[in-house]
Every structure is written in C-alpha cells, then in structure tokens.
Design a protein around this ligand. Structure first.
Ligand code: 4AD
Ligand code: MG
Length: 465
C-alpha cells in the first residue's frame, strides 16, 4: 500500500479507509489490552496516534516498538476519541524496520537541554525542536528565492574558493594542497606557492559581494545565496565559522532604495514564516519564547527606523551620561558592539533600526565615500535580540576614489584589478547588502544560540559530524 505522510493523514476525514504510514516512534504507553504509539515522520510537528489492540498483534513483536524505533503501520483511519487529535489509526499490521535499544538510544526522555542535543547533532533532527527549526529553515530558503525571483533578480553563483579577501578583514581559511609537514621555501625564505594547487595562495570566500557586483553591472539585479566562511575567533551565540549569506546587488540603486529593499525583504520572509510555518512557530513560542509571534508580527507591521551613525552614537552617549552601563566604551569612531546595537533597538526605539553613514575607518574599502570626507554610505540593519542582521552599503563607483581607498587600506591592486575594471568601464551607482541567514533564523525561531539553527554548526575547535 502507498505510504501517506502524517501531515496529510492528519487532514483527512474519510474515516474507515485503510492507510499506511511510516515513521519513528516518539512514545508508547498503554495497558495489557491496548497500546498507544505516538508516531512522527518529520513532515509536521504533530504526531499521529496508533491504537494497537493487543488481541490482534503479537505482544513479543510490540516489545521492540520503543522510543526511536522505525516502523511501518497499516490500519484503519478513525475519528479520534482522545483529546488533542482528530484522527488516529487502528493498527492491523506493524512492520519494524529498525529497533532502538532503550538502554543506548539517547533521546529517551523529553526535555533534553539544547547543549546536550548539540553533542548529538546527528540525532537531534528527530526532536520536536529541531524538526521545527529545520522545517522553518527550509521555508525561509524558499521565501528568499521567491522574493527575489518575483522581483526580477537573477540567482548568481559566486565562487567559494577565491584569491581575494572581499571584506579586507583577513579572517580567511586558507585552501591548499601543499604538504604542511614539508613546505618548500623560496630563496627569500617565504612559502613557495608556485607548487600549490592554484599556483598562488587561495582561501574560502568571506563574501560573494565583489563577484556579485560584477554580475549586477551586467544583469542589473542579482542575488547570491550560499555558504560563507570566516576564521574569526569569536565564540559567541551569534557567530559561526561557516554560515549562509544572501547578498543582493542592484545597479542604479542608491542607499535609500537599498534600505527599502532590505526592509521589504526581511518583512516578506517573516510574513512567509507566519503564513507557512505557524504550527512550528507556535510550538517554538510555547517552548522557548512566549512573545515570539507577537514580535514577528510587530516587525512585519512597522517601518524600520533610519538613523545616521552619528545620531546613534549621541543617543548612546546620552544613555551613558544618565548612568546606563555598557561593557565596552562608545564614542564617535568606535565600532558598535552588540550591546550598543541592542540598546538602540530594544531600549530606545523599540523597533528595528537601520544605521547609516558610518566612519570610513571601521568599514570596508568598497563603500561609497560621503562628501564630508569622514563617513561612508554604509547601512547596518539592527534587530531586537540579534543586533546586526544585515550589513550593506552603496558602493564607491568612482575609479580613482576606490583605487586610492583600497591602497590606503592595504588591499593590493593586483588582487582586485578585475573588480576595479567595473569602475573603469561603464561604471554606475549601485548598492547591495548581505543578510546572515542564521541570524534571520534566530529571529524567526526565537532560538538564542546560532548553533541551534544550522544542522551541523562549525565554530572554533568544533567541526564534528
Ligand atoms: O556585515 P558583513 O561582514 O557584510 C558583508 O560581508 C558584505 N560583503 C555584505 C554585502 O554588502 N554584500 O556580513 C553580512 C551579514 C552580517 O550582517 C551578519 O548577519 C552575517 O552576515 N554574519 C555572520 N553570521 C554568522 N556568523 C558570522 N561569523 C557572521 N559574520 C557576518
Ligand atoms: Mg557587518
């Protein structure tokens, strides 16, 4: 008999028909006459209840139907008498695909800590929490493609292995086939990269932006969506060494249009979650964060505040002068810490904030320089609970200005000659930004550690599974 997914069975009302379902046992309870199995197949947060009449089925066989076992059940769909479900299945036959020894299967009791579940990342998708999180993750990926596709953006694939440091921040993982035990040196005592796979140093990308800009200056509007790698040694609940980033880039957009695109994009994704993942979100709200749904609605319904960095710093300095304590100092020219960003969003404005026009010293070389000679047309979108969720800017389109700035920030021209060519030939104003996919997921799911919204997190000293 054809298998039906539990998500579909739960919607049916054609009682009396035979159905087949397959899945993993969550719990089994009962007495000597009847047994109740809660079965889940990952298609939904909800389990289906299987009722087993012990007169009909071999009791020895039923003993192996324990938490974690995988079974196939054939039986009759009936209206449920019990609370909390509308349909259940009266089993006629059960096939056991694979047992799970109760002595060793780690997911026995309910309510394991998230820390413990990280240690068994290979099994945690079988829990309610991670089932919900990974279904939401899927839906968010679909929403992202739909948003851009519907607006005429082209999905553009940028390389993962590159020879340039797009952000100029030097936080790259090197890619090499050199024998590290036996490195050949040049006459000057430097590593001889001519023998390396690419004939020069190469690394994993920290951002697809530079290549994305090349595409925007030809196709008009593009976006990337792929893995990004950063060897920054930040062991925080908001940093991963491998994370996914979405980077739209649009020819002719100036910073105002870039800000509007960022707001529209995030609001669209959150609305999509509310429309398509409400069962999972309700579960996560119930378990972890009672205000989750309310907060998602609030962000969809309200414009983001737009504020220059200089004004933001004034607000922070005022807070300090009134006695508010930050761990890190704040003043014009300093990079804002997450605590400062969250103060603006959570305490002061109580809304998402787009901060613009940062000091050029704390931002990347490619950002458009303002006429004041001090600031650049950067924009960071700051979110409640998260801090920075998006970083972006209008790009410097002037060849000489860009070249001078790159040189003064130590970005070698020989590494970015191809990037500079877009300014040499047919340059135009353009803008873009990068959204950290896992930071968006933190916000949407209400989880508080970024390790819990990606299936297999990579962080300093951790690359298991
Ligand atoms: O602000 P960032 O470094 O900006 C860029 O990479 C630009 N090239 C984007 C662009 O303009 N096209 O990173 C963008 C976003 C951040 O706002 C944050 O959400 C996320 O990427 N991000 C991280 N997420 C998880 N772990 C990390 N280590 C992250 N670093 C940045
Ligand atoms: Mg940033």
């Amino acid at each position: 008999m054809q298998r039906t997914k539990i998500v579909d069975v739960l919607k049916r009302t054609d009682y009396g028909v035979d159905v087949n379902i397959k899945g993993w046992v969550r719990t089994r309870r009962g007495n000597k006459n009847v047994s109740f199995i809660a079965l889940n197949d990952g298609s939904t947060i909800h389990n289906i209840q299987i009722v087993v009449d012990l007169a009909k089925l071999d009791e020895e066989k039923l003993k192996t139907v324990t938490t974690g076992a995988c079974i196939s059940v054939t039986g009759k769909l009936v209206e449920s008498q019990g609370k909390g479900q509308t349909v259940e299945i009266q089993a006629d036959d059960i096939l056991i695909y694979g047992g799970a020894d109760p002595e060793t299967y780690p997911l026995q009791k309910k309510g394991h800590s998230l820390e413990f579940l990280r240690e068994i990342a290979h099994l945690r998708p079988r829990t309610n929490t991670f089932g919900a999180v990974f279904r939401v993750r899927h839906h968010m990926a679909i929403a992202i493609h739909k948003f851009f596709h519907d607006r005429g953006f082209f999905y553009f694939h940028t390389p993962l292995i590159t020879a340039s440091d797009a952000e100029g921040a030097g936080q790259m993982f090197q890619v090499t086939t050199l024998d590290l035990e036996n490195i050949k040196l040049t006459e000057e005592g430097k590593v001889d990269y001519s023998d390396d796979f690419f004939g020069k140093p190469a690394n994993l990308t920290v951002s697809g932006q530079l290549e994305g800009e090349l595409a925007a200056m030809a196709l008009g509007a593009i976006y990337t969506f792929g893995p990004t790698f950063r060897a920054e040694n930040s062991n925080t609940p908001r940093h991963l060494s491998e994370f996914w980033m979405i980077e739209p880039e649009v020819a002719f957009n100036e910073i105002e249009e870039n800000m509007q695109l960022a707001q529209d994009f995030i609001q669209y994704c959150i609305q999509w979650a509310l429309d398509n993942c409400i069962d999972d979100l309700n579960f996560l709200a119930e378990m972890y964060d009672k205000e989750l749904i309310e907060r998602l609605r609030f962000v969809v319904d309200n414009d983001f505040v737009r504020l220059p960095y200089t004004e933001g710093v004034k607000i922070l300095e005022e807070a300090v002068s009134k006695g508010y304590k930050f761990e890190y100092p704040v003043g014009w020219g300093t990079d804002l810490q997450s605590e400062h960003e969250r103060y603006l969003v959570e305490q002061h404005f109580k809304k998402p904030v787009i901060l613009t026009d940062y000091p050029q010293e704390i931002k990347a070389f490619y950002m458009k320089q303002n006429d004041d000679g001090k600031t650049v047309r950067a924009m960071d979108v700051l979110f409640p609970k998260i801090g920075e969720i998006i970083g972006g800017s209008q790009r410097e389109e002037d060849f000489e200005k860009l070249r001078t700035r790159a040189a003064s920030m130590g970005v070698p021209e020989k590494d970015i000659w191809w990037y500079l060519d877009t300014r040499r030939f047919g340059t135009a104003p353009h803008s873009g930004f990068g959204l950290g996919f896992e930071r968006l997921l933190l916000f949407v799911t209400g989880m508080t550690n970024i390790r819990d919204v990606i299936p297999f997190p990579r962080t300093p000293k951790n690359a298991d599974f």
